[in-house]
Write a protein that binds this ligand. Sequence first.
Ligand SMILES: NC(=O)C1=CN([C@@H]2O[C@H](COP(=O)(O)OP(=O)(O)OC[C@H]3O[C@@H](n4cnc5c(N)ncnc54)[C@H](O)[C@@H]3O)[C@@H](O)[C@H]2O)C=CC1
Ligand SMILES: [Mg+2]
Length: 283
Amino acid sequence: MSLRHELERLLGKFGQDSQRIEDSVLIGCSEQQEAWFALDLGLNSSSSINASLQKPEVEKELTGSFTELRKALYQLNVKDASLLSTAQALLRWHDTHQFCSRSGQPTKKNMAGSKRVCSSNQIIYYPQMAPVVITLVSDGTRCLLARQSFFPKGMYSALAGFCDIGESLEETVRREVAEEVGLEVERLHYSASQHWPFPNSSLMIACHATVKPGQTEIRLNLRELEAAAWFRHDEVAIALRRNNPYTQQQNGAFPFCLPPKFAIAHQLIKEWVEKPIRFTLPV
Ligand SMILES: NC(=O)C1=CN([C@@H]2O[C@H](COP(=O)(O)OP(=O)(O)OC[C@H]3O[C@@H](n4cnc5c(N)ncnc54)[C@H](O)[C@@H]3O)[C@@H](O)[C@H]2O)C=CC1
Ligand SMILES: [Mg+2]
């Protein structure tokens, strides 16, 4: 039985119109050149007809269980996490772009789901991503890590911030670091980038930066961050190796830990731990 027939059978079983398959979006392709699609079952929408699809029934039929996206990403390998994050971001974009913002008329998805077109004026809408810079600031021997109040207890990460309209990445890095911890950075090295599904769809652009010699005093912006501190190389190296990072210790404290492997923040910190000197030399 083809996958399409299997999906039609399942939708039929749950009292859904097989026409819903047309809402699928293309999210990638296997090494054997099989196309991968994602379909929103709409289980969270209370008002729509999709609400009639009951989670327990679906879980039983597919012998699986629904998991919150963030938790699922922690459990999957990097490739599957990336696929899931693409699917979630693209399906959410379609869900929130059902109408043309100029005419108010419905928009229609193309077959692959790479765009939507307004039926009345032919305006084309493409999925959007917000650029975000994430910067690991170092002073030559230590790196600066910060935490927001909603992070898992004990977890610290690099500084992140959305690009404002009209800014270059370099300007965003300088502004964000100045706004959040009151420091001036001078050397920037691009590291890598990553699509990130939170809060909507972001393109995370990761870089290393250094502070001016001797200018390391942190002025914390408490509206944006809960804490920020300089960490020694050995402390960070130990935290990177920790297997069970988010578990409470016997004395009740949560150990200093870092973002999970699939997050670009983790890769950025790992890169600094492996080659701390490289990012402090003049370019
Ligand atoms: N993949 C990774 O390793 C990491 C990803 N991140 C992501 O980076 C994002 C940005 O970091 P923050 O420190 O929160 O940014 P931020 O320092 O710019 O502050 C967030 C605030 O910026 C404003 N903002 C401006 N443009 C926005 C837009 N397009 N969408 C949403 N809010 C916008 C909002 O008021 C929001 O509350 C986070 O949402 C987080 O999910 C953050 C750290 C690590
Ligand atoms: Mg920030």
